[in-house]
Design a binder for this molecule. Structure first.
Ligand code: NAD
Length: 245
């Protein structure tokens, strides 16, 4: 007997899908029956993952409008109109704002924010053809509060959060939901070597990619009355400070 998945018959694209959070998202969506197009600039890792999850891989630098158009056409040719887009590709840079040069600022904004815009801009027509869609934009707790040394990243992630709301309003006419996800520190290559003081947090540990992927699956498959809003998973890091008595 064939097992039933929550996403049988669906087509998904995951940017930055080759490793880290994007890999975990790709795996869970495929496990639930979706045909997943892994999109990244890390081709070797992406191709291996796509083969493992019976999906497909395409090289997509999210800052390139041309590559977005090609990647969506590839997904449609291979599997059909796209139902699910996870805008996950992102980079971080640690520099205080008073020494952040323009090139670094532009790079972070281009990948994290403009890359997300381009995905929204070009996936809408495919989702219209599909009849409905869900776009999950991976922001961060850096889209909820400020952090020292992360000014460009914080600006990009607040941008993603705001963009999500406008996209939810503009694309509602195509039956597309758009939501933002706000993880705290998660154990991926991005956070390797990062020293975060977890001891005074309500959940005093780093998060796992699978915990974010579980949220993404919930948003895609079950959160049918949610659009334009924030979904936070940060071990309580942003709710307030624990006072020592
Ligand atoms: P990661 O560095 O492990 O993976 C990021 C992936 O994005 C990589 O595969 C990389 O090749 C890809 N990528 C980078 N630039 C790209 C581009 N121009 N076009 C296409 N792909 C590109 O990082 P991660 O921790 O898995 O982060 C994934 C997302 O989650 C990012 O948007 C990040 O900001 C966000 N996030 C991460 C954490 C965390 O603690 N790890 C917390 C909050 C939010």
């Amino acid at each position: 007997m064939l097992s039933m998945g929550k996403l049988d018959g669906k087509v998904a694209m995951v940017t930055g899908g080759s490793r880290g959070l994007g890999e975990a998202d790709s795996r869970i969506l495929a496990r639930e029956g979706a045909k997943v197009v892994v999109c990244d600039i890390l081709d070797t890792e992406g191709e291996a993952l796509a083969a493992e999850i019976d999906g497909a891989y395409i090289h997509l630098d999210v800052t390139s409008e041309e590559q977005w158009i090609k990647a969506i056409a590839f997904a449609e040719e291979k599997f059909g109109p796209v139902d699910i887009l996870i805008n996950n590709a992102g980079v971080v840079a640690f520099t205080p704002l008073d020494s952040c040069d323009l090139a670094e600022w532009n790079r972070v904004i281009e990948i994290n924010l403009t890359g997300t815009f381009l995905g929204i801009r070009h996936i809408a027509a495919s989702m219209e053809r599909a009849g409905s869609g869900v776009i999950v934009n991976i922001s961060s707790t850096a889209g909820l509060t400020g952090y020292s040394q992360l000014g460009a990243y914080v600006a990009s992630k607040w941008g993603v959060r705001g963009l999500t709301k406008s996209a939810a309003l503009d694309l509602a006419k195509y039956n597309i939901r758009v939501v933002s996800v706000h993880p705290g520190p998660i154990e991926t290559p991005m956070t390797a070597g990062l020293d975060v003081g977890f001891s005074r947090r309500p959940i005093p540990r780093i998060g796992q990619p699978e915990e974010v992927a579980a949220m993404v699956l919930f948003l895609v498959a079950d959160a049918t009355f949610s659009t334009g809003t924030e979904f936070v998973l940060d071990g309580g890091a942003t709710i307030g400070e624990m006072v020592r008595s």
